[in-house]
Design a binder for this molecule. Sequence first.
Ligand code: CTP
Ligand code: MG
Length: 242
Amino acid sequence: MRYTAIVLAAGKGKRMNSRVSKQFLELNGKPVLYYALAAFEKSAVNDIILVTQENDIEYCRKEIVEKYGFRKISRITAGGKERYDSVWKGLQAAGQSDYILIHDGARAFIDQETIARCMQDVVKSRACVAAVPVKDTIKAADSNLLGVETPDRSRLWTIQTPQVFEQPLIYEAYRKMTLEQESGTAPMVTDDTMVAEHYMGIHSHMVMGSYYNIKVTTPEDLILGQAILDHAAPDHTVPNKK
Ligand code: CTP
Ligand code: MG
């Protein structure tokens, strides 16, 4: 069985409001992106496709891949305008594989157990996603900000990455979406499970993720991230600890 991870790092990180793109900000002296790559390097995946902005390809090659001696990164490829454009570029850059794991490079604290659970689950489920039960009550509000619906919390999950699929399934889903976009009718999608649902009618199985698997998005996430490195230390970060 062959597994390919696509690690997405072609975003601009607008919500972080920093001069350097958030995936290159440093935590314990290493770029945020290093941690997700190190996790997949250490995992059982066969290879990794790194998707980054065209301008950052050389930086990634020299300052991350070569500097830290990553061996599983088979391609570094340029991303696109939206996350789904970058995923499509990554899918096209991937060689023949059985399963594709799509991961946000900004989710630096992904652990080996979650990756392994997803890799195992997809063999049966065909499509699965790391997720955690929501802790808060979630409301849907109307245009006047009146809470109009309170979905049953026991059924709600916060979706993380990796999102993992049979390769032909996810490739076909994105290909269909790209065709539809060209005719200007594509729906708004925020993640890969939505693409699989909408274009292939495949529902993704929830796999238990981790509350540490946060997406570094806004400045306060750097504080949380530092705390995770200091106190929770996902396995791949242990060697970096002083
Ligand atoms: N991403 C990408 N290509 C894009 C947009 C996002 O590869 N065109 C990646 C980001 O680098 C990130 C992941 O997808 O690792 C999740 O996206 P998000 O957290 O939204 O990152 P950004 O889009 O960079 O941040 P923002 O939305 O605040 O601008
Ligand atoms: Mg974004």
